[in-house]
Ligand binder design. Structure first.
Ligand code: SAM
Ligand code: SF4
Length: 266
């Protein structure tokens, strides 16, 4: 489907949980997060049904995200169910990679072939500081296992203060080069302040060509990361929610007072 600014909207990012096993400083507060009650989280059946309707509406690119998608119970089954949906040209996942060493093979066998892993630094202490609780070695093990089982491409999402000339980013670039991973550098954004810019090596941040909408883990369809607009797929119905989200996708982002990265999937 095309929106009112003639953008073809064909990319859906699905957040399968708002929970996470890390607490990255730019994404989550250290404590005091109110998790969405399990009873409100979309079931696998709802996610798959919604995906089928999205495919019928012209979507062919899907990404599973979170929170941390690998903490959602049964995630391999969901990947298996989604990879059976006819009409999906591109199914990917964005993960912090900390649990990837144990999940990579099952995810691959279930039909996932593309993965983005978040990695901001190769300095273990800095990694722990950024994520508050993470262990860099878990991510590196996850990456090596993902490579071993055949994931391709493996992209690295590296959050930077301003750009990739920063030393941590340079380290990630070199690491990526050595292992055949593809780095993308994402300037740190603020939803509340409305600060966002283009992703180096990716296609996010270009409002005039933005082709994506987002589904939160409790079933709200968000036409833009930097907007409070949202359409509840359960109350409106799946098809109507898609139509409304596309019809009301703003020309460009402004500010999001209500959402958080870990709800919206980044
Ligand atoms: N937990 C998974 C992960 O970290 O990859 C998936 C969800 S996370 C919200 C998706 C992406 O958003 C990650 O690559 C993360 O680095 C990015 N992100 C989170 N907060 C951000 C911020 N304030 N500015 C820019 N990117 C951010
Ligand atoms: Fe968790 Fe990802 Fe947010 Fe970090 S960026 S706290 S890993 S959801």
């Amino acid at each position: 489907m095309f929106d009112q600014f003639n953008r073809r909207i064909n990319y859906l990012r699905i957040s399968v949980t708002d929970r996470c096993n890390l607490r990255c400083t730019y994404c989550m507060p250290e404590e005091g997060i109110e998790a969405i009650p399990h009873s409100q989280i979309l079931t696998f059946e709802e996610i798959v049904e919604f995906t089928k309707i999205a495919v019928a509406k012209g979507f062919d690119k899907f990404r599973i995200t979170g929170g941390e998608p690998l903490v959602r119970k049964g995630i391999v089954n969901l990947v298996g169910m989604l990879s059976q949906v006819k009409g999906i040209a591109d199914l990917g996942m964005t993960t912090n990679g900390t649990l990837l060493a144990s999940f990579a093979k099952d995810l691959y066998d279930a039909g996932l072939k593309r993965i983005n892993v978040s990695l901001d630094t190769l300095d273990p202490e800095k990694y722990q500081k950024i994520t508050r609780i993470g262990n860099l070695n878990d991510v590196l093990d996850g990456l090596m296992e993902a490579k071993r089982v055949g994931f391709n491409p493996i992209k690295l999402n590296c959050v930077v203060e301003k750009n990739s000339s920063e030393p941590d980013a340079q380290g990630v670039r070199e690491f990526a080069r050595q292992h055949g991973f593809i780095p993308r550098f994402i300037p740190k954004m603020s939803l509340e302040e409305g600060t966002f810019s283009v992703v180096e090596g990716g296609d996010g941040g270009h409002c005039s060509t933005c082709n994506r909408i987002r589904l939160t883990s409790n079933g709200v369809l968000k036409p833009c990361l930097f907007s409070d607009n949202g359409y509840n797929i359960r109350t409106l119905g799946f098809e109507k929610a898609i139509e409304m989200a596309i019809k009301n996708k703003p020309a460009h982002g402004t500010i999001n007072h209500t959402g958080k990265f870990y709800n919206l999937g980044g």
